[in-house]
Design a protein around this ligand. Structure first.
Ligand code: TYD
Length: 211
């Protein structure tokens, strides 16, 4: 039996974490197989260490390619240690961000090139592709404002601190990827009410599970 690999993507402030919190218990009530919830960058001990480096706002000198390589390295470890074993057990893996994030953030917004970053990541993932990607769409400005409103008590991370134009490029890249590969993506308007976003995501996953 093989598992199901679902990723959740979107610009910063799209509400992925809130959606996951609501989605996981609701889904678990409807299926027998275990759900493994994980995230990138991170998801394993080594990958979480790399996450610390990547998001530390002090490291303003980090080169774009260093950033892409660190993300790919953390992804490799995460895939080998956590995602593949779960999929081979037949679990459902729900992963908050995956390769599409690198293609959007490092490939497009940092300017390395979407294809270059895709190729770099191929080395790390060896062909592993999500069965389905939920894409939460939100305008860059709206997403960033949400983060500011919500997190007055927490320091913003290095990527959140990028200018709005950076985040607009991220969104543009996601839209390009969706255009090229429409069957893999379910696009959900994340400016909708949280309950509406949840219901749409829940329905999309129910129909994949039925297949
Ligand atoms: P995340 O923890 O998902 O933050 P948020 O919940 O605020 O979206 O991701 C942290 C940051 O890392 C986020 O700004 C996106 C960025 N990132 C990349 O630039 N490339 C990547 O490949 C990944 C996985 C994340």
């Amino acid at each position: 039996m093989t598992g199901l690999f679902i990723t959740i993507e979107g610009p910063d402030g799209a509400g992925k974490s809130s959606l996951l919190q609501q989605l996981v218990p609701a889904l678990q009530d409807t299926i027998d197989r275990p759900i493994v919830v994980t995230r990138e960058p991170g998801g394993s001990a080594i990958a979480e260490e790399i996450r610390g480096l990547l998001l530390n706002p002090a490291y303003t000198e980090m080169d774009a390619r260093t950033e892409a390589l660190l993300l790919a390295a953390s992804r490799r470890q995460h895939v080998v240690e956590k995602i593949l074993p779960a999929l081979s057990r037949g679990d459902m893996v729900l992963c908050d961000r995956f390769v599409d994030s690198s293609i959007a953030y490092q490939g497009q917004a940092r300017g390395i090139g979407m294809e270059k970053v895709r190729d770099l990541n191929e080395f790390a993932i060896e062909g592993l592709t999500p069965d389905l990607t939920l894409y939460l769409d939100v305008e860059a400005e709206v997403g960033l404002q949400r983060i500011k409103d919500k997190q007055s008590n927490r320091q913003q991370d290095r990527l959140e601190l990028e200018a709005v134009t950076f985040h607009e490029e991220v969104r543009k890249a996601y839209h390009l990827m969706i255009e090229k590969d429409p069957d893999r993506f379910v696009v959900i308007d994340a400016s909708d009410d949280q309950q509406v976003v949840f219901e749409k995501a829940f329905q999309a996953l129910q129909s994949v599970l039925k297949k």
